[in-house]
Design a protein around this ligand. Structure first.
Ligand code: GDP
Ligand code: MG
Length: 369
């Protein structure tokens, strides 16, 4: 009798330990490296915080893997939402770094960008996805595939919307959100513009996505309620390993951000369809370490011959202006002097051709056909 009692007691205590103890990491270092590898697309080198100390060995793996003590949380947060609601601004605010390009024009973000935030007790890996758009041409289709992939491997889905309460453009994503078991946090952004109608907007989203965990109001631009958002995300992040070394801030390299910064400047300077038809490629990127100087040659690809003249402008004046503005931004971002030389080339209808989309890194080998 006594023995049976002891057995029952032992069984119950094992059960309660299993239920009550926090979900500890089960990842081995090779799992960590594997998952990390999946995240680093196109053999990009990760960009680390010490970008100004000319340390070429910036993929420091020393402190990745299990974190001793077991109180470390780590996980993936997908930032999704309609174009222009402030997703990239929010990622920049969360990371405290101007990483993603931000523009009043929609569809600024084309590629999926990871932003890594590491503190003593957690590492959050955010992915900024291109805004949802109805795919009208090939480039937008590949952007949407990125959005779909981003919801798939997340621990938390952060749905960003703003005070204008537009419904989600993409119905498939909406359906996915309604049926997912993943925690969804809804962030209503831009409350700095107007916060009179907050209760109303909150209840609209509560009705649209009743399976959300919490609806928060914030301003990515004015940095309002950002910590509250982080604390709420952490509630749903499991205990786990460090996927990236502590000083990693993104999976993308300096070349990538250089093209993004030039693209952002094109969005600022040119009107209508022009920015959407431009792609930027780096022809060469050389560092002169002694002079703290980067010599960058880049080409702007347009999709129609007539667009070349618009980019260059009369007597090259517009291209010169673009070069000066982009160089200033690049110097700021790279923390060194920059010599920037820009060229313009036409690749007919590149944004609707699979081959070209592959060449410019928008689709993988398998999707090329
Ligand atoms: P995305 O397309 O969702 O990535 O949106 P962006 O981050 O590029 O932002 C779109 C526009 O909204 C930009 O002009 C931002 O400056 C602006 N914006 C973003 N967040 C805020 C905010 O909190 N308040 C205000 N007033 N504007 C914001
Ligand atoms: Mg964006």
């Amino acid at each position: 009798m006594m023995i049976t009692y002891l057995f029952v007691l032992l069984f119950c205590s094992i059960l309660s330990f299993a239920v009550l103890s926090p979900k500890k990491s089960i990842h081995s270092l090779s799992d960590v490296l594997k998952r990390r590898k999946q995240l680093i697309h196109n053999n990009n080198v990760v960009l680390t915080k010490n970008i100004d100390n000319n340390d070429s060995n910036n993929d420091d793996d020393d402190d990745i893997g299990e974190v001793k003590g077991g109180n470390f949380k780590s996980g993936f947060v997908s930032i999704i939402g309609n174009p222009n609601v402030g997703k990239s601004t929010l990622l920049n605010a969360l990371l405290d770094q101007p990483l993603c390009i931000v523009s009043p024009k929609p569809q600024t973000t084309r590629h999926r960008i990871l932003g890594v935030k590491t503190e003593n007790n957690y590492q959050l890996i955010f992915s900024d996805t291109p805004g949802m758009v109805e795919p009208a041409y090939k480039l937008q289709e590949t952007m949407m595939d990125n959005v779909k992939a981003a919801t798939g491997d997340a621990d938390v889905i952060l749905l960003v919307t703003d005070i204008y309460s537009e419904p989600l453009i993409d119905n498939k994503i909406m359906l996915k959100l309604l049926n997912t078991t993943k925690p969804i946090i809804i962030a209503i952004n831009k409350i700095d513009i107007n916060n009179n109608n907050i209760n109303n907007i909150t209840s609209i989203w509560q009705n649209r996505i009743p399976n959300n965990k919490i609806i928060l109001t914030l301003s990515a631009m004015k940095l309002l309620n950002i910590n509250e958002l982080i604390n709420n995300i952490l509630l749903y992040i499991p205990y786990g390993p460090k996927y990236f070394s502590s000083n990693t801030i993104t999976n993308r390299n300096e070349r990538f951000f250089t093209t993004e910064i030039i693209r952002e400047t094109i969005l600022d300077l040119y009107q209508d369809e022009i920015p959407y038809n431009c792609e930027v490629i780096i022809d060469s990127f050389k560092d002169k370490i002694i002079d703290k100087l980067s010599i960058i040659e880049a080409t702007i690809i347009v999709s129609k011959d007539s667009q070349k003249g618009i980019i260059i402008g009369k007597n090259g004046i517009k291209l010169k202006e673009l070069g000066i503005l982009a160089r200033k931004k690049l110097e700021n971002f790279l923390c060194r002097n920059v010599y920037l030389s820009l060229h313009v080339k036409c690749d007919n209808d590149w944004h609707i051709k699979n081959d070209a989309l592959y060449k410019y890194g928008y689709i993988e080998e398998d999707d090329k056909k």
